[in-house]
Design a protein around this ligand. Structure first.
Ligand code: SF4
Ligand SMILES: [Zn+2]
Length: 339
């Protein structure tokens, strides 16, 4: 893809500066299945509306369309407090709370230090684990230590590592920092007494299905010693992204659920003490990871069960005749996809 097209995709997805009404509304909220150790729990997920990821302004990652959910300017502490108040009105005391922005919770331009402190404090008496996501450069002792002091339970910091292979991360995913920056940040987070969770991306653009599988299996092996948990995120097609541009031109197919199942099965053997999980977005849909259509639900159920129980044998029991097509696709895809 020409660099000018990638630049114009990045520019187009940022909205104009928002008024105060939308700034007082969070982007989304839902609950989902999770596990705390062996215990199955509900997790409360909240997406705050902020100025969004600074990297999305400069270049942006090839699969990320989160900029459309941003304000186009920084939220004020008062607006963030209004978003939090609305979220707390629907919070039912779920023990696991996940707070995302469309970028980095620890970037002062998105969530100022005072607001971060207040958000963590408001959940402190009720949640047992609180997760937030950040780019590695913001995961400093200065940012983390006050939050750790404000939260008696477990704080978990999520990092979008995506791949431990520099070429995949910097050229194909188009992240701003090399893999070592993520691994070093995870080490810093754990030294500060917090949990580190890594997200790995299955099938960035320009990799074949088979290369994508091997990329994640390798990444789990290298990243596992640095993280308490690793979550495999298969690519789904988000609006206004490079991946969508390729998808509309027949140059990209989201990964098969077969591939995700193979990745989980093989990676289970070398995850060490790290939890390994996957909760795919848009699983079974055309724009998300999918198989033939008739087996997708069964594969999704097996993947969720393995993720929650950490028992991966269930993944060897799922099957479908579309496995033959997947194997053929693995062999032929390089012929149809522009590198
Ligand atoms: S994936 Fe993360 S780092 Fe990349 S543009 Fe999106 S929010 Fe920013
Ligand atoms: Zn099938």
């Amino acid at each position: 893809m020409p660099a000018s097209i990638a630049r114009s995709i990045a520019k187009d997805r940022r909205p104009p500066p928002a008024g105060t009404t939308s700034a007082s509304q969070y982007v989304n909220q839902w609950t989902e299945a999770e596990a705390l150790g062996d215990e199955r729990v509900r997790a409360f997920v909240l997406i705050l509306r902020t100025r969004g990821c600074y990297w999305a302004d400069l270049k942006g990652c090839s699969m990320c369309g989160y900029a459309k959910d941003t304000l186009g300017r920084s939220a004020t502490p008062g607006e963030l407090a209004q978003q939090l108040d609305s979220a707390l009105r629907v919070y039912q005391g779920e023990p696991y709370v996940k707070i995302y922005t469309s970028g980095s919770f620890l970037d002062d331009r998105e969530v100022d230090a005072g607001s971060r402190q207040r958000i963590v404090e408001r959940f402190a008496a009720r949640a047992r684990r609180l997760l937030f996501e950040t780019l590695p450069e913001f995961a400093t002792g200065t940012a983390l230590e006050p939050l750790r002091s404000a939260f008696p339970g477990e704080l978990e910091v999520a990092l979008g590592l995506e791949s431990t292979q520099p070429e995949v991360l910097l050229r194909y995913v188009s992240k701003n920092s090399p893999p070592e920056a993520y691994l070093e940040a995870a080490d810093r987070i754990r030294r500060t007494g917090l949990r580190a969770k890594g997200y790995l991306l299955l099938k960035p653009p320009y990799l074949t299905e088979r290369e994508a599988i091997e990329d994640v299996v390798t990444s789990v092996r290298i990243a596992a010693p640095h993280f308490d948990a690793l979550s495999i995120n298969p690519v789904h097609i988000q609006n206004g992204t490079v991946v969508e541009w390729l998808y509309h031109r027949g140059r990209y197919r989201p990964p098969w659920l077969w591939s995700l199942t193979e990745v989980m099965r093989r990676s289970a053997a070398h995850r060490g003490t790290s939890r390994l999980m996957t909760f795919p977005t848009a699983g079974g849909l055309a724009r998300g990871p999918h198989n033939c259509g008739s087996c997708d639900r069964r594969f999704m159920a097996a993947l969720e069960e393995a993720s929650l129980s950490q028992q991966f044998e269930v993944l060897s029991d799922v099957s479908c005749s579309c496995g033959a097509e997947w194997r053929t696709h693995n062999l032929l895809e390089p012929l149809g996809v522009e590198a």
